[in-house]
Design a protein around this ligand. Structure first.
Ligand SMILES: C[S@@+](CC[C@H](N)C(=O)[O-])C[C@H]1O[C@@H](n2cnc3c(N)ncnc32)[C@H](O)[C@@H]1O
Length: 229
């Protein structure tokens, strides 16, 4: 658990292009009911553990930085026997996800519309059994590598909230991100069990917007799978 008073820097984008009227409606109508209570500091200043009763005893999965939400909705629809949380602070991505949730009619998906580190603070120990990190922000400049997700600041809290045997999947198109992932994830408590390249994604993979952009621009996907020790 981090210091309850800690404020974190977030270097990514929170807002993008002007939202369409339909997206504003999704945010106004659907975001509230799908948002987990007790995650933000305002909502839970003492950082008490989150009540995960919403999962109703089902396995609990997490997607970090779901972007436009296509992979998250795909996983929710393909796995109705699990409860799945998505964390993403980018409002335009959240609005896109909400539209997709309406389209797919999934009911096993919950949201933290913010920084996943705030969610890590309050998730109970070992409550997650699968975590997806698809195309995390690359932070290409060497002086920014410490902002990457695959650093102790994120990985140690991730290790605390994942159960032994949990799967942690990382997809990236950046060779230096693969390097840092292979260096930093195992010491945090995860064993590499699979490292794959283009055309060798997971069987249940759904390609994301960012992956499509990377492919158009000639960058190759890498798919890494770890298991929590
Ligand atoms: C390069 S985009 C990839 C989006 C999506 N996963 C895809 O493959 O299309 C990385 C995403 O991670 C999100 N992100 C960055 N830091 C985050 C954090 N601390 N918590 C949750 N999401 C975060 C960003 O807002 C952004 O949408």
């Amino acid at each position: 658990m981090t210091d309850a008073g800690e404020r974190r820097n977030f270097y990514g984008r929170i807002r993008g292009k002007t939202l369409r009227a339909s997206q504003k409606d999704y945010l106004a109508e659907d975001l509230g009911p799908l948002t987990l209570r007790g995650v933000t500091r305002e909502d839970n200043p003492t950082r008490a553990p989150l009540d995960i009763g919403f999962a109703e005893g089902r396995p609990l999965w997490l997607e970090v930085g779901f972007g436009g939400g296509e992979h998250l909705v795909h996983m929710a629809a393909a796995n109705p026997q699990v409860a799945i949380i998505g964390a993403e602070p980018f409002v335009n991505g959240i609005a896109m996800l909400l539209g997709k949730i309406r389209g797919a009619g999934v009911t096993n998906l919950w949201l933290h519309p913010g920084d996943v580190r705030d969610l890590f603070d309050v998730l109970p120990d070992a409550c997650l059994s699968k975590v997806f990190l698809n195309y995390p922000d690359p932070w290409p400049k060497a002086r920014h590598h410490r902002r990457r997700f695959v650093t102790r600041e994120h990985l140690l809290p991730l290790a605390r909230v994942t159960a032994p045997g949990s799967e942690f999947r990382v997809a990236t198109d950046i060779p230096d991100y693969v390097r840092q992932t292979l260096e930093e994830v195992p010491p945090a408590g995860f064993d590499l069990v699979r490292q794959a390249g283009p055309g060798e994604a997971w069987e249940d993979w759904l390609s994301t917007r960012y992956e499509q952009k990377a492919l158009r621009e000639g960058r190759a996907p890498h798919y890494l799978t770890f298991l929590r020790r």
